[in-house]
Design a protein around this ligand. Structure first.
Ligand SMILES: [Zn+2]
Length: 175
């Protein structure tokens, strides 16, 4: 954990506040020759997301929401893309690490809600599996994880299938 953002004494003190909320946003470009992994699920498609890690846009947005709720900075601070260790990294594993940070300072997941914005492929058939994988990675019940998928009606970069974006919120509660 990045030391500038890790002050256990402060967080333990803060616990009397009870609840904290965070927001996350991420975008990755779609390119040929990459696997498409969204929410920890590999999806059959002619293009995949480009990135240093597995480029799991949904999991990255959720990680940023959790880090945001805990005032712990962002994903780039803790898992820099200049570090070879994170090349092709399994983002679900990184999410599990973030979840450990958050539990370590006395919080549990209240709930996670997220939206993936992609013109293609249709993500609905994969959503239940994504919820399972994410709930497992953060050690919470699936009922606390909601994933939605939408398109932008062929507008903008997601509409032109140049990339996929994701947005997430996470509520942390006193453990
Ligand atoms: Zn990302």
């Amino acid at each position: 954990m990045h030391k500038e953002y890790y002050r256990k004494d402060f967080y333990l003190e803060e616990r009397k506040f009870g609840m904290r909320i965070g927001i996350g946003y991420d975008v990755h470009k779609l390119v040929e020759g990459r696997k498409l992994i969204v929410g920890g699920v590999e999806i059959e498609h002619e293009t995949g997301l480009l990135g240093h890690s597995d480029a799991d846009v949904l999991v990255h947005a959720i990680m940023d929401a959790m880090l945001g709720a805990a005032s712990m900075g962002d994903i780039g601070l803790h898992f820099p893309d200049t570090n070879e260790k994170y090349k092709n990294a399994n983002s679900l594993r990184l999410l599990a690490e973030v979840s450990e940070f958050v539990h370590d300072i006395g919080y549990s997941i209240g709930n996670i809600d997220a939206t993936v914005i992609a013109q293609r492929p249709a993500l609905r058939p994969y959503i239940q599996k994504m919820r399972e994988k994410i709930a497992e990675a953060v050690g919470t019940d699936i009922s606390r994880v909601n994933i939605k998928a939408t398109t932008e009606e062929r507008l903008g970069f997601t509409g032109r299938e140049e990339g996929i974006s994701a947005q997430a919120v996470c509520l942390l509660e006193d453990a």
